[in-house]
Design a protein around this ligand. Sequence first.
Ligand SMILES: N[C@@H](CCC(=O)N[C@@H](CSCc1ccc([N+](=O)[O-])cc1)C(=O)NCC(=O)O)C(=O)O
Length: 216
Amino acid sequence: MIPTITAFESSPDRGQGLARDMRVRWALEEVEQPYNVRLVSFKAMKEPAHRALQPFGQIPTYEEDGLVLFESGAIVLHIAQHHAGLLPDEANARARAVSWMFAALNTVEQPIIELQIARFQEGDKPWTAERLPLIKDRIRGRLGELSVRLGDADCLDGAFSAGDLMMVHALLRLRPSGMLDEYPTLAAYVARGEARPAYKRAFAAQLAVFIGKPPA
Ligand SMILES: N[C@@H](CCC(=O)N[C@@H](CSCc1ccc([N+](=O)[O-])cc1)C(=O)NCC(=O)O)C(=O)O
């Protein structure tokens, strides 16, 4: 059975691939698994029918043969565990790749989300001007450590894995701020991810949703 994922009916970034359905689409393309997409409005996301799938009223979700998953990391891990192409066969390498998935979600993406919140939801607060530099310093700390670890390697740990997919997508969210370009090693790492045919297919598919649509 072909899985169905949910995505924004109209994303604020108008299809620049920053919303988290993009990482699920990318994973499905990497393992060459066809999928259906159900587009969800902001209003519908908060209604009982969608909350039955995703208790926090968000996208993405993943439905397949009666299985319902939420959390983009869990969905990507499920895809990687059930199809070849995103996790190594060797058990220890596989476990390390999953560590990098958690590092992307928990250690690297968290300060990046803080920056988005500060800029787009708290920009009018009197204390934001004081807080922003602290948030940016935390991000720079993590990017510096990641950059050192990656060095001149192509991927985080051997072959491309779901860990790289999650890390690249977490870093992409930072690009509009200009901070990613302060770390050429990471900017090149992200560009290698975007150059992957599977990424390009996933990006084109989510962009197609927005072509010709009025601004959100
Ligand atoms: N931890 C969850 C987080 C899911 C999540 O944040 N979903 C967001 C979309 S991806 C986050 C996102 C949104 C918009 C952009 N953008 O650039 O336009 C980028 C990323 C959502 O549904 N937001 C609606 C809501 O919370 O009411 C996961 O990883 O699946």
